[in-house]
Ligand binder design. Sequence first.
Ligand code: CAA
Length: 281
Amino acid sequence: MNVGVVGLGAMGAGIAQLSIEACVDTVGREVSRELGERAQTRIAHFLTRKVEKGQIEAGARDEALGRLTLTTELSDLADCDLVIEAIVEDLGPKQELFAELERICRPDTVLATNTSALSVTEIASAVSTPERVVGMHFFNPAPLMRLVEIVRAELTPDAAFDAAYALGEKLGKHPIRCHDTPGFVVNRVLIPLLNDCVRVLDESRVTPEDLDAGMKFGAGWPMGPCELLDLVGLDVHVHASEALYEKTREPRMAAPPRLVAMLNAGLLGRKSGRGFYTYES
Ligand code: CAA
């Protein structure tokens, strides 16, 4: 089996890592060689950490890394059985990419999107064979989070859906089935919940440290909401909030002003070195 991953940012690199670790030949496409190599270095780092911790052998790491082929050309995805798109969360570029993939890939190639807040059906509307489009929504950090949501768009038939589900299992994930509704399952709950958490920061004048401690030690969260927002990226979260607010008109979906102000100030979280917390590069 051959898998293609388009876009090797944090999510795409994580998905490509899962794929090569699952013994799947993987073609990773980035727009420049530098970005592709940056993702490759990131993957090699995490696999080396696994070797250092005795979780895998050095030989297995090297074999896994050998399964990743980097490219800047979409045409190198022509022979893939399934392509997962993980590019910028904007409808236009995604639709353009899917139209291009439809031209390039075999007719039986399943085209999956990792979108978190856009409509899979709308993305699929850009191609003349929307029945090959499905959602595969991974969670950040993809190599560590066990879930993948397999999203059925309006015209996704069982064949494409089952292929995506089977790949999710092969990648060691726990797939769940859902339909193409705003936020699917987890973000439908998590986005307004995180927004509530930020509103509580202002309402109860608790510090980010204490709010995080509250949710970790009082509610059993693995990390606090402010830590999680910094991990996800404030740009990603605000964008997802806006997309869900636009679709549902539920006030809790709208990004709180504090988050928008932080975004405007460039405080994006871990990726920019500063969000609710400050990070060493
Ligand atoms: N990719 C690959 N490997 C990674 C990684 C990454 N991004 N980040 C860490 N690792 C590896 C590291 O090698 C690390 O080991 P070392 O520190 O020894 O090098 C190893 O994983 C374990 O990392 P941690 O010690 O940090 O692991 P942890 O036990 O503290 O758990 C966690 C980390 C899984 C992230 C946990 O804190 C957690 O579950 N947090 C909640 C995350 C969450 O809710 N994610 C969903 C976000 S919402 C979303 O993604 C939806 C959306 O559409 C935006």
